[in-house]
Ligand binder design. Structure first.
Ligand code: DCP
Ligand code: CA
Ligand code: CA
Length: 369
């Protein structure tokens, strides 16, 4: 397999950080985001907490009642989860991240892999610069910090991201992988859970270095062929799993910052059409047809505006896409006085096929149902 550079971006104490952003006055207190089960007032579990709360032993998964006990007498904030709010923040961050990747894979609401091999011309120096740029951009746009890990594959990138938190950036070049992993507990490897850890402990395998030296055949005997070989390779920092988009997306979009803030429609359309080309390529690789076109304008005050139009029939035409984008921007700037800092285009309402049926029936004036 060719050499790759993979980045993992993981947002710090995500739900709790979103709550801090919404209400900065809680920032200096323990913040505990809870999934209330509704049975009794305090029944339910902690979804996540900020780092101040973690210092008191309050973390994901513990009962709310236990969290309250651990924070007794301390001025702290308990809040219910507000998924739609976090999702909205996540969506705009993911769109930014995607725009920096050759290929992109979101793994959870607050975490994504970026293969940046081509974008950085296979340079770790470039990748480090890019990682810093991404961190700065997420912070200036969403006021959130994240931790970034960089390495030759997903396995190393993930461990690197966990290595320094919050607001961390850890770059592990190929020649340092073995040294980086060696002292870590086997538990740091994706796929090594509590049970596996126990089993390995009885064999005196505690660190990744121990695991790397352990006989592969014995691992295969213990865990089966697939898992045994996986553990062996993982301990050597080897992982060939590609970074690839999961499932069918609900939308495909790109957003980008203009060279300077402007109201000049020509400049804006010039930029927007380039973004259309990108989005269109992604649409074709996924064999999707869209009906809805959305434009986004981030003003110089960072306010986000969007306008959409939904077509009668699904299409994958670039020409129609650009036509819609042009109309939407023209209309937007006729109606508003916003100075654009960033502009974006998105397509959505996907189907797998162009709907010719509908065209024919509507031509004859018939109903579609
Ligand atoms: N989450 C949850 N229940 C869990 C674990 C996580 O509801 N048992 C939710 C809340 C988290 C979000 O998922 O904010 C992301 O999970 P992470 O594991 O990335 O944890 P955090 O982002 O909260 O913290 P960290 O700074 O350690 O990444
Ligand atoms: Ca996180
Ligand atoms: Ca995460």
């Amino acid at each position: 397999m060719h050499t790759r550079i993979v980045m993992l971006v993981d947002l710090d104490y995500f739900f709790a950080q979103c709550e801090e952003r919404r209400n900065p006055s809680i920032k200096d207190k323990p913040v505990v985001v809870c999934v209330y089960s509704g049975r009794t007032q305090d029944s339910g579990a902690v979804s996540t907490s900020n780092y101040i709360a973690r210092q008191h032993g309050v973390k994901s998964g513990i009962p709310i009642s236990l969290a309250k006990k651990r924070l007794e007498g301390i001025d702290s904030v308990f809040l219910p989860v507000d998924k739609p709010f976090y999702k909205q923040i996540s969506d705009s961050i993911m769109e930014v991240l995607r725009s920096y990747a050759d290929s992109f894979e979101q793994v959870s609401i607050d975490e994504a892999y970026l293969d940046v091999t081509k974008k950085t011309r296979n340079s770790y120096v470039e990748t480090k610069r890019l990682a810093k740029k991404i961190k700065t951009e997420i912070f200036s746009q969403q006021q959130l910090t994240c931790s970034v890990g960089v390495g030759p594959n997903k396995l190393v990138a993930k461990i690197a991201a966990d290595y320094q938190k919050p607001d961390g950036l850890t770059v592990v070049k190929p020649e340092n992988v073995i040294r980086f992993l060696a002292p870590l507990p086997v538990r740091s490897l994706v796929g090594v859970g509590k049970k596996t850890e126990k089993k390995l402990e009885t064999l005196n395998v505690h660190t990744v270095a121990h695991l790397a030296k352990f006989d592969v055949q014995k691992l295969v005997d213990l865990f089966g062929r697939k898992l045994g070989v996986y553990f062996h390779n993982a301990a050597l920092g080897l992982d060939e799993d590609p970074v690839e988009e999961r499932g069918d997306p609900e939308s495909i979009g790109r957003i980008s910052t203009l060279k300077q803030d402007t109201q000049d429609l020509n400049v804006i359309l010039d930029k927007a059409f380039k973004l259309c080309d990108d989005v269109h390529t992604r649409l074709l690789t996924r064999k999707l047809f869209y009906r809805t076109v959305t434009i986004r304008v981030v003003g110089d005050n960072l306010e986000v505006h969007s306008r959409s139009n939904t077509l009668e029939n699904p299409t994958n035409s670039l020409e129609i896409f650009k036509g819609e984008v042009k109309q939407l921007f023209e209309k937007f700037f006729e109606e508003s006085d916003v100075t654009a800092r960033r502009v974006g285009v998105t397509v959505s309402s996907f189907s797998k096929k162009e709907n010719q049926q509908k065209q024919i029936t509507s031509f004859f004036g018939g109903s579609n149902n």
